[in-house]
Design a protein around this ligand. Structure first.
Ligand code: HQG
Length: 176
């Protein structure tokens, strides 16, 4: 498996389906690197420790944290984890990249977390554009994070710079 495919598989296991290789994550999403490497080997996907470290180091979005012999995904989980991030005051505006076919629904319901634990927002337009472009021609929505925060919505930011919030009601969204 090449590095990107391995990284995707690690994202899958550490965010969505640890049971796929028979591991469990602790409440904050961590698993011991030794346990992960053993489980990968036992499931026919052997990975050397150095390869794992290289994937973590070179991940374009810095998707993983590796410390004290443990690893976790920084964000993107659908399994229930408490990342234990502190609430933070967001920038005045945040951005969300999506595609045109979702807009009617987003106008009605706002942004929903769907399968994940949070809605993901970007601090800059260009990052949001690339998130949207995973699904087609990107449409970037502008979120009035300052007003949301003033009205009591909790924001947090992952170590790799992704802003998380439980939901974004439609009234805080500017549509292009
Ligand atoms: C859309 C990647 C209809 C939402 C990225 C998105 C990110 C709605 C899709 C991370 C909706 C969910 C997450 C509503 C939201 N009606 N559609 N009410 N509310 N949507 O993948 O933000 O490469 O769960 O616009 O960089 O696209 O994996 O979320 O299109 O940080 O590390 O429903 O994944 O990171 O899709 O992406 P996702 P996302 P990685």
């Amino acid at each position: 498996m090449d590095r990107v495919a391995t990284s995707k598989f690690l994202s899958y296991v550490l965010r969505h389906h640890p049971a796929a290789i028979g591991i469990t994550l602790d409440e904050a999403g961590w698993v011991a690197v030794d346990a992960l490497l053993d489980a990968l080997r036992a499931h026919g996907r052997p990975l050397e420790r150095e390869q794992l470290e290289e994937i973590v180091r070179t991940s374009d979005k810095q998707r993983f944290a590796l410390e004290h012999g443990r690893i976790r995904a920084h964000q993107g989980h659908s399994v229930a984890v408490d990342l234990a991030l502190s609430p933070r005051e967001p920038p005045l505006t945040l951005f969300h990249g999506t595609v045109a076919r979702f807009l009617d629904s987003i106008r009605r319901e706002g942004l929903r977390r769907g399968a994940r634990t949070h809605v993901h927002l970007s601090a800059d337009f260009v990052t949001a554009q690339s998130v949207g472009a995973r699904r087609g021609a990107a449409v970037v929505l502008v979120v009035d994070a300052a007003s949301m925060h003033r009205e009591g919505h909790d924001f947090s930011v992952t170590e790799n710079g992704v802003w998380l919030v439980e939901a974004v009601p439609a009234r805080f969204i500017s549509f292009p």
